[in-house]
Each structure stands twice: as C-alpha cells, then as structure tokens.
Design a protein around this ligand. Structure first.
Ligand code: GLN
Ligand code: ZN
Length: 783
C-alpha cells in the first residue's frame, strides 16, 4: 500500500497487541509457568513477538513505530517494576529483578516460585512462603486489567528495570528508530493505591520524577528522539492537585531532558475541562482521541503553534472498518491549516484493545467480514490515510473505492437493518417499561404463590463446570459427540444437580447452566445480529484473553433460547425452578458493539429480545426469572457528568426486558460487585423483585446503601464468597446474616452465595451450600 515514491503523513500506532496472532505469548508464558520451558525460551518468545510486531508495522507503512509497548504481563506492572515500586513481601532486590519476582507480583506465588525451579532467584523474601498477587482492576473503561501499583507513605523510587531502554535498543539494533512508550507518572500515581490510611500516592510525584528523568536521559543517550508518554488520566475528572501534578511533571521533564520530545497521549475520551492544562503542558506533541471525542478537532486552533498533534482518528477500541472518505473530509482542512509537519495520525488509543488480524478468520461470514478491521487492517487504513493526506486522494484510489463500497454496503445491508426491529423499537411505550403493579402488590401475590419460608435459600445459577463438561462440549464442538448424546449428557448433569439441590433443602432451585459456554456467548449465538470469531483474541489480563462477540446488526430472537432447558429442569422437581438469563446491558458491555447506532439503541434491541424470552418463560410456567446484569456497573462512563445518561438507558433496558410479566412472576437480578452507593438510585429504579449481590467480603457494609435508600424490594446479599475455595462455616454465615438483619428487614432477605458456582469444584460447593442452608434454618428457628 505504501510506496516509497509517494510521501505520507506521519503514521503512528501508539502500541500494538502483544499476544501474537496465534496467541504465542500465552503459550510461551503458560509453558514457562508450568515448568515445561525455561526462562531463556520465554525471553526468546518475547524477542520473536517484538521483532514480528516491528517488522509488520514497518511493512504496513507505520512511520512512528512504538517500542516498550510489549509486556510479559502488564504495562502498569512493568512501570511499578521500572521505578522500583515493589512491595517488601516480594523481596527487595538490588540489581535487575528476576522474572520470578515479576510473576509473583502478577500472579502470586505458592512459596515455590512458579515456573522452572532452576530460575528460582536466591535471597528473595517470597521464596519459601506464599505471597498474594498484586490487586488487579480494569484499565479505565476497557476490559483490560492492570496490576494496581501499591505505594507506601515512605515509598522510595529507583530505577530497577531498564526495560524501556533495552527494548528501544533491541529495536534499534534491528534497524528501527522507535518511539518508546511509557505510562505517565501522573496516571501511574493516580492508579496506585496505598495501605497507609488517608495517604494520597499523588503526593509522591517529586520522588517519582527523578526516575522518569533518568529513563528519559538514558533513552536520549541511546538515540531516542521522541518518547510517547501515556496520560489517559487526562480524560478523567481531575481535581486541582492532579492538574498541578501534570503541570509540575512536564515542566520538570522539559527542564531536565530538553533533548527528548514528548508525545503526550490522552485517550478514551475528551480532555474536557482538562484541556487548558493539557494544551499548556510543555511537551512537543499531544495525542487526542477523536473517535470518542470528535469535537476536539475544532479546538486545535487553540493549541500552541509549536506542538505536533497526533490525531486519533481510527477506533482503537472497536473492530469496524473505517470510512476513509469521511475521515479525509474531516482531516484535509485540518492538515491544510496546521501543515503536514505538525500532524501525525493514529488510532484513538493503543491497538492493544483490538484483535490482531482479520485475515485469520476463515469461517466468518464474508459480508460481515468486509465491514471489519482488526489491528493489521487498521494499520493499513492509517497508512492509506497518511498517504492521501500527504499526496492527495488520487494516490489511494483503490483503497478509497473499497472503503466507500464497504461503507455503502453496511449502511443498507438487510443483514444489519431489520425493519421489524425498527418498528418494535419505535413502539416501545411507557407500559412496556413498567411492571403492571407496584412492588408491594406484586410481593403479596408472589408470597402467596410461592409460600417460601423466611430467609429463602437459592443460588446464582451456575454449578461447577467440570473437566468432564468441558470435555463433552469440546467433543460436541468437534463433531465427535452427536447432538443427541451431548444433550443426554447435559440432561444427566442437570438432573443430578437438581436432585442434589433438593436433597440439601434449597428452597429455590436452578438448572445449573451446564449447556452454556459463557453467559454472553450462549445468548449471542442464538440471537440474530451477532457473529463470533475464531482467532480474534484480546488480552483481558496476563495470559487470559477473551474473544468478545461482534454485535453487527439489528438484534432479534428467532426462537426461544432457554425455555426447553428450563422446562426439563422444572419437570424434575416440585420446588420453584428459577430461570436464568443474561441481561441486555451485560450482553452489550461484553461485546464489540456496532458503531452505526447509539449504544443505547443497540441495547434496547437486545432488551426486546430478552423480553420475548422472559414472556415465553412465563408462558411455559416459570414463576421466577433471573436476569443477570453482572456488567451494568462497569459500563459507567469515565466522567461523572455522563453517568446519568448511561444509567437512564441501562435501567430502561432492564425494565423493558423485565416488565412484560404478570404480578405473580418474580423477577430476580444479580450483580457481581459490592459498590452500590453511587448507583443505588438506578438499582432502585430497576425494580427487580429480588436482587442478589456480592457482599461476602465487605461485612455487609455495602447494605448501608440499600438501607439509606430505604430500598423496598427483596435482597440476597451473598453470604458465601465463591471467589475462594474456602468452605465457610455455618456461624460465619449466620454472623453475616445478623449484620444484614441490622440493615434490612427480615422479610426482605434471601440467602445465597455471592456469584455463580461455575469456577468452583463440587467438593467445595457441596459442604458450602449445606452450611448455607443450615445457616438459614438456624435463623428461622431462632425466629
Ligand atoms: N447466572 C450466572 C452464573 O451463575 C451469573 C454469573 C455472573 O454474574 N458473573 O454463573
Ligand atoms: Zn456474579
């Protein structure tokens, strides 16, 4: 696509996926951790992946190639290690840090170092005792998880890992002049936490900066001209202290290392009220996310004239092919105004968050495939744009034609646009968003219908996904196990689980979800409007990658999805069998979502499909239907000012899918987190008859939010922490329930684990649930 005779605007990627097109990094890591291969093999795998990444970018026409975007686990962990923020439990080291210590921070250690015993470092505190991994949490609003830096009040920093410099030199030796990437000092401190109460990590900035200065100096003396520093915290609501920290950090860096040009990268949103601060920072260039915040293009005139601008014009968070003509329409005047030398183009953010190569999809529907672009294709698009912006559209005629055709096809394809769905959306009225009666009236008929004891016991849905189940599913997938044999197998699993639940005296049973591979995929595969990929993996954390469904078109449900399984399970027992569905917001938040309609609209479509399922379940006789919204909270926008809009449509969608039933049908929902203070209004407005939540690790304190709100509906605060293999004692659960009773009335309370049991072993689940039933009975007996 790029020819040397034609000039191009500077094209940057900001970072590329590190996992390898065939998940090479996962293989190398897991082989190392299991002891099957040694450190040398892992290091070589890393070199191989980086070399291939640089070569691929060069070949595709990238002029600003990043280095240090690779990581064996996580770039934030790499930064902690770089600056020597290594909590004492992992062992203080002088000299370079052993990989074993790095992986102990990432994954914990069982006393013996994971991986090859020959690689065990000597004299490190974590050896011979087990240490926990660092905490992990979501990177901004992505599904990528980083290791949370842990900093102490008396934290000292020093340069421990020279990884940025080493990888810069590695690339240089191969003939690539790269732009190394660093996580910025302010973002690093903003993401850090401290065990010291009331201590604000940001106050460590002055101690941290000298290490950054040292790294930048070393990079400069190795030959680096530009360094990309990522400060995505620029798109958050920042207080005065954080704004000051940014000003101080970049003034100090400019003073100490004037020979390095800094490309300061903001992404995942708009600079908003941080814009003045960002524009005034003493850096050589600024990267803006013009996908999430296209209006920022209009503000460029206010940027000081000596700044280079990096325009994030392709979606680094989604998989759609770009409309090149439309982008050129917007960019040409900007480039004309600013001058070609001042402009670089790139994706909105690092390409880490998209799959690697669409060419690896051999089974994907050809039409849908023609609308998609993964990392490789996005780089090709960037190269084409760069060429067109420097040498005119004529220089990319072929690429433009193809892009125009794809854009036109996508706009009109009947695969995407379903008139029936559109008219159903238009017909959503108030009545469809509201249960027929108020909760108090519904509760009365429901209590009469089910006649459950006080503190009714139930579970969240799934039971252990054993090796045997996975094996059967894989065999069925390969065609080695017939449909009938697989179905019989699943029925036997279900029947056994139903009988067992009955035998231990649970009040409300579930079928166990054995037929489901994943709580989103299972529904996506049965709905129109979704496709699934073979190789489109995206890093979630460490060696864990996910393959999100691609929501490409209008969603509808050709036929019932869960009714048969529910019927089968209910036929085995006279106890109430709770039906299980995944909610629209969760399906949406865990998919790549179409970008041609608002997310809210795509969500309403899914809500209508789930509503149909809910009504069919009721028609088949289901009296209790649970609609899981595990991911509702994580969909919250980064900026507070946008929360209300999101919560409004998210709650609306839940109400659409749950309101089509009669009063006597009990709607349950489940959410797997323990922070409700700031969204309790929304939770109340959802108006589920029963909500089960994660509470077991918070000593029921999170129920304060429900008490203060005077939440009237029923609640099952999790009393059994399923995230740990530990079996809770009866008294632990009665104690938790006592705490719950101090906050809520007895007739509101249900007794259940805090999430589904699919990741646990039967040997853990059996005694835990027996104890849980005993705890509820004790409470009943005590009155
Ligand atoms: N019903 C699902 C299960 O039990 C809920 C899982 C979840 O909330 N993450 O597995
Ligand atoms: Zn859960």
């Amino acid at each position: 696509m790029s020819s040397t005779s034609i000039s191009s605007l500077a094209v940057a990627t900001l970072g590329t996926p590190r996992i390898g097109p065939r998940r090479e990094l996962k293989l190398a890591l897991e082989s190392f951790w299991s002891g099957a291969s040694d450190e040398k093999a892992l290091i070589e795998a890393g070199i191989g992946l980086r070399t291939a990444n640089w070569a691929r970018q060069k070949k595709l026409g990238v002029s600003v190639i990043p280095s240090n975007d690779f990581s064996f686990y996580d770039q934030v962990l790499d930064t902690s290690v770089m600056v020597g923020a290594i909590p004492a439990i992992y062992g203080r080291t002088s000299g370079p840090m052993p990989l074993a210590t790095y992986f102990a921070m990432a994954r914990g250690s069982q006393g013996d170092v994971q991986g090859n015993p020959h690689d065990a470092p000597r004299g490190h505190a974590h050896l011979g005792q087990s240490v926990p991994a660092q905490e992990m949490t979501k990177w901004f609003d992505t599904n990528y998880h980083y290791m949370v830096p842990e900093l102490a009040k008396d934290q000292q920093f020093r340069l421990v890992s020279r990884k940025p410099i080493e990888e810069y030199e590695e690339a240089k030796a191969l003939g690539y002049q790269t732009r190394p990437v660093l996580v910025g000092p302010v973002t690093f401190l903003k993401l850090a936490k401290s065990k010291d109460a009331g201590f604000e990590p940001l106050s460590l900035l002055d101690r941290l900066l000298p290490v950054y200065v040292e790294v930048l100096r070393e990079l400069a003396s190795s030959g680096a001209e530009w360094v990309q520093i990522d400060e995505p915290c620029l798109v958050l609501d920042l207080d005065e202290a954080a704004q000051n920290a940014l000003r101080r950090a970049y003034a100090e860096i400019a003073k100490a290392v004037p020979q390095i040009k800094i490309m300061l990268a903001s992404y995942f949103g708009s600079l908003g009220e941080n814009q003045d601060t960002a524009f005034a920072l003493r850096v050589a260039g600024l990267h803006l996310d013009l996908v999430r915040a296209p209006e920022q293009l209009d503000d460029l005139a206010r940027l000081p004239a000596d700044r280079v601008v990096s325009l994030g014009v392709l979606d680094g968070r989604n998989v759609w092919r770009a409309d090149l003509s439309r982008i050129l329409d917007r960019l040409e005047p900007v480039v004309a105004k600013l001058g070609k030398d001042r402009v670089q183009i790139g994706p909105s953010c690092s390409l880490l968050h998209v799959p690697i190569d669409l060419a690896l999809e051999s089974k994907l529907d050809a039409e849908v495939k023609s609308w998609l672009a993964f990392s490789v294709q996005k780089i090709e698009e960037l190269a084409a744009l760069g060429t067109a912006l420097a040498s005119g559209r004529k220089s990319i005629t072929k690429a433009l034609k193809a892009s125009d055709a794809a854009a036109a096809a996508r706009k009109t394809s009947p695969r995407i646009h379903d008139a029936e769905v559109a008219s159903r959306i238009a017909a959503i009225d108030e009545a469809m968003r509201r249960r027929a009666s108020r909760f108090e009236e519904r509760a009365e008929v429901q209590h009469a219908r089910f006649n459950l004891p006080a503190f009714p016991t139930t579970t969240i849905g799934s039971f252990p996904q054993t090796h045997e189940i996975r094996k059967a599913r894989a065999a069925h997938g390969k065609g080695d196990l017939s449909d009938t044999a697989y179905k019989t197998f699943l029925q036997n699993q279900t029947a056994r689980t139903v009988r067992w639940q009955e035998s231990i005296g649970l009040d409300v049973l579930v079928h166990g979800e054995f037929e489901r591979n994943d709580m989103v995929q299972y529904f996506g595969e049965q709905l129109l409007g979704f496709v699934f990929t073979e190789n489109a993996w995206v890093q979630s954390y460490g060696s864990r990658y996910v393959r999100p469904p691609v929501l490409f078109g209008d969603v509808s449900r050709p036929k019932p999805m869960t009714v048969e399984w529910w019927q089968y399970a209910q036929s085995l027992t006279t106890k109430p069998m709770k039906a299980m569905l995944t909610g629209p917001v969760t399906i949406l938040n865990w998919s790549f979502v179409r970008d041609d309609i608002p997310r809210s609209q795509a969500c309403r479509q899914i809500a209508l499909a789930i509503r149909d399922e809910v009504i069919d379940l009721e028609g088949a006789g289901a009296g209790m239907i649970q609609i899981d919204e595990a991911a509702l909270r994580e969909g919250l926008p980064l900026r507070r000012s946008e929360w209300t809009t999101y919560l409004d449509w998210a709650v609306e969608c839940f109400r659409i899918c749950s309101s089509g039933v009669r009063d006597e049908t009990q709607i349950h929902t489940h959410m797997c987190y323990s922070e409700f203070n700031d969204i309790i209004d929304a939770i109340g407005t959802m108006d589920a008859d029963v909500i089960s939540i994660e509470t077991s690790r918070s000593k029921m304190e999170l129920l304060d939010a429900f008490r203060n709100y005077r939440y009237p509906n029923e609640i099952g605060p999790g009393v059994y922490d399923i995230h740990s293999p530990r079996v809770p004692e009866v008294t632990e659960m009665t104690e938790l329930l006592k705490l719950a009773r101090q906050r809520l009335s007895d007739d509101q309370l249900w007794v259940n684990p805090d999430c589904g049991l699919k990741t646990r072993k039967w040997d853990e689940v059996r005694p835990a649930l027996v104890n849980m039933v005993a705890a509820a009975r004790e409470l009943r007996a005590a009155g």
